[in-house]
Design a protein around this ligand. Structure first.
Ligand SMILES: [Zn+2]
Length: 84
């Protein structure tokens, strides 16, 4: 059972999955709907998106183990929690 709307907290929890394209189409739609109506989460989303883009761009230029990106992503997530 998927809720019709997401709170900011629920959106935050799905943000990494969204960026990793790991959400179901329905959840993806809910996140996108929230981002359209919530300036705070939209800003956070753009911030994370640019971080990950930078990261991927850098990592594609050097040879780095597969799981390192996952570890860095997790570290970013932890850092964000500490800021809340
Ligand atoms: Zn929000």
């Amino acid at each position: 059972m998927t809720p019709n709307r997401l709170t900011c907290e629920e959106t935050f929890r799905r943000l990494n999955d969204y960026l990793d394209r790991a959400l179901s189409p329905e959840e993806k739609r809910l996140v996108e709907e929230h981002l359209e109506t919530c300036a705070g989460c939209a800003r956070e989303f753009r911030f994370e998106m640019s971080l990950l883009d930078n990261l991927r761009a850098k990592l594609s230029r050097i040879d780095i183990p597969e799981d390192m990106l996952a570890r860095i992503t997790r570290r970013l997530e932890e850092a964000r929690r500490e800021c809340e």
